[in-house]
Design a protein. Structure first.
Lengths: 118, 114
């Protein structure tokens, strides 16, 4: 069974600084998707960034980028120029390849609570 | 385009009762998944529906059930509520049941069981 581990329950960053959130996963599959989701106190889960395992290039979305190390099964999220609005729970998630009309379920890590200090 | 909507947003029930939660996906989305979020267990997958058929199911007891209607709206039902069922229940929709499609989450229903 696939598992996702986030080893940092809480992180803190100064506004405008850079922070990296860690995520490791375990799978025997070769093709899959990895995600970082953000859940602010309002609770609405928002997709931050997505990585397809078959792509070697690391995904980037504005101030958010990932460091995807497939062999090491590592998928960290880097937030540059941190803003107060970045404060939230961040969840790393895995989804395998599925067929037959099923998109497959997301397997989440326990989350990292990010605080941003002004 | 309106996002995923879930009703009700808050619910308080007592042990032994049953509850029905509703999820309306984004217009045009045909796949709906449900997740339970608790402080102890984190986010856990309940089930997925696509074209009115359950396509995937998580490891939850039979007290948890769901269905999807022809307009893609989905409901989940929990019977004989237990204290441990207190959680945030999240619904997510996607365009069709394919792995590469992004799931869009609703705001959740906060269920409290007393």
């Amino acid at each position: 069974a696939q598992t996702v581990t986030q080893s940092q329950p809480e992180m803190s960053v100064q506004e405008a600084e850079t922070v990296t959130l860690s995520c490791t996963y375990d799978t025997s599959e070769s093709d899959y998707y990895l995600f970082w989701y953000k859940q602010p106190p309002s609770r609405q889960m928002i997709l931050v960034i997505r990585q397809e395992a078959y792509k070697q290039q690391n995904a980037t979305e504005n101030r958010f980028s990932v460091n995807f190390q497939k062999a090491a099964k590592s998928f960290s999220l880097k937030i540059s120029d941190s803003q107060l609005g970045d404060a939230a729970m961040y969840f790393c998630a895995y989804r395998g390849m599925n067929y037959g009309g099923s998109q497959g379920n997301l397997i989440f890590g326990k989350g990292t609570k990010l605080s941003v200090k002004p | 385009k309106a996002g995923v909507t879930q009703t009700p947003r808050y619910l308080i029930k007592t042990r032994g009762q049953q509850v029905t939660l509703s999820c309306s996906p984004i217009s045009g989305h045909r796949s709906v998944s449900w997740y339970q979020q608790t402080p102890g267990q984190g986010l856990q997958f309940l089930f997925e529906y696509f074209s009115e058929t359950q396509r995937n199911k998580g490891n939850f007891p039979g007290r948890f059930s769901g269905r999807q209607f022809s307009n893609s709206r989905s409901e989940m039902n929990v019977s004989t509520l237990e204290l441990g069922d207190s959680a945030l229940y999240l619904c997510a929709s996607s365009l069709i049941g394919q792995s590469h499609n992004e799931q869009f989450f609703g705001p959740g229903t906060r269920l409290t069981v007393l």
